[in-house]
Design a protein around this ligand. Structure first.
Ligand code: SF4
Length: 387
């Protein structure tokens, strides 16, 4: 791959991929590779990769597609799933060879049946994460579920996934996560070099590209940015507020543009399409299916996968301390039942701990972006920020 001239051109390449996931899928299908889509979140992509297929996250969304799912899904389903199904119905994912939908909430449970009826693919699977994750049997259950998914992939791909192939895929994914963490750390120290929108788009593209290629691109970018820091050439727009973000996904993506324009840097998050995606690695020793399950249990708690009551609050409070965040901005998708369930407790616990927090409720294809601008600005002003 020829070296690029500057960081901006790399950002542009990433941004183009996020802006047009359908073109990206077409591009990837020019080879003989089979592509298996996965719906957020927590599908073990390493298994798909080890089977010889290319995992692609259904994470770059096309807002107008939401309405296409209206005849099939209740209006009070979350817009993430309404949009994903709407895109499928519009043909956006016709080039996929298969799709894996994790069951993480009632909506994902329900959408699977609808998707199978309205837009079936040759290979479709539900990945069933445990619900009561504090039970001693939960990890063994998950190892079994990983094994079941592995067997189905083997059958579909007509090949065996060996332990050494799975270990190689784990190493590849771990390396990609580790280098992205370096980039994220540079983003939090030098947001003037790598702002919110570009950083979070980079994480998203990691779910839309072959990991090998993505790793090469971010390694090149990291080198360029580190050189700028070393040469003292990181000057630019000032960011004076540090926010910890929390929610399922950072949708709509314009939220990150708003933070950039208001001089607020996201120093961490528990978004499934954000820092949480790269925060933990899979242990590289031991039986690989067990290792995949172990990673799942060490991931940042989210509304749909948290242990005992209070685990998520403690996780957010710990992250606030570690990142020196000024406050927490919750970005909740309307009708996301797990988030709605967690929120009152999180709000009260954070407030009792003296951590300023604020919630915006978003909807893909919903309110005009300006609405969020005013709300976020008010919160940032209250933290003493604003540009
Ligand atoms: S967890 Fe929330 S955002 Fe995710 S699919 Fe379920 S309802 Fe939608």
């Amino acid at each position: 791959m020829p070296a690029r001239k500057n960081a901006k051109s790399i950002y542009e390449d990433f941004n183009k991929i996020v802006a047009n996931p359908v073109r990206q899928i077409k591009r990837l299908r020019t080879g003989a590779v089979r592509i298996i889509g996965w719906v957020p979140t927590d599908v073990p992509e390493e298994l798909i990769h080890a089977a010889g297929a290319l995992p692609i996250g259904i994470v770059a969304l096309d807002n107008p597609a939401v309405s296409r799912s209206a005849p099939h899904m209740q209006a009070w389903s979350c817009s993430l799933m309404r949009c994903a199904l709407g895109m499928a119905l519009g043909g956006s994912f016709d080039l996929l060879n298969g799709l894996i939908i994790p069951v993480i909430c009632d909506t994902t449970r329900m959408v699977t049946g609808i998707w199978k009826q309205t837009k079936p693919y040759v290979f479709m699977d539900n990945f069933l994460l445990p619900k009561q994750i504090d039970r001693p049997s939960a990890k063994d259950y998950l190892i079994g579920e990983m094994g079941r998914l592995k067997a189905r992939l083997e059958q579909f791909m007509d090949r065996t996934i060996t332990a050494s192939e799975l270990c190689e895929s784990i190493k590849l994914y771990n390396y990609n996560r580790s280098i992205m963490r370096k980039l994220f750390s540079l983003h939090t120290c030098h947001p003037e070099l790598l702002g919110n929108k570009d950083m979070y788009n980079i994480i998203k593209t990691s779910m839309l590209m072959p990991k090998e290629l993505h790793t090469n691109m971010i390694a090149e970018l990291l080198q360029m940015l580190e050189k700028k820091v070393d040469d003292n050439k990181s000057g630019g727009k000032k960011y004076n507020i540090r926010l910890l973000m929390s929610g399922k996904v950072w949708e709509p993506p314009e939220i990150m543009n708003i933070l950039d324009s208001l001089g607020a840097v996201s120093v961490g998050d528990d978004f499934c399409t954000g820092y949480r995606y790269i925060a933990n690695d899979v242990p590289e020793t031991g039986e690989p299916l067990r290792s995949l399950a172990e990673r799942q249990f060490s991931r940042l708690p989210i509304a749909a996968f948290a242990g005992k009551c209070g685990d998520r609050t403690n996780s957010i409070i710990r992250m606030v301390g570690e990142t020196h965040a000024d406050g927490v901005l919750f970005v909740h998708l309307r009708y996301c039942e797990p988030e709605n369930f967690d929120y009152p407790m999180l709000r009260d616990d954070l407030s009792a701990s003296g951590i300023p927090n604020f919630r915006i409720e978003t909807e893909i294809g919903g309110l005009p972006v300006e609405n969020y601008n005013e709300q976020i600005k008010t919160f940032i002003d209250s933290l003493g920020g604003g540009v």
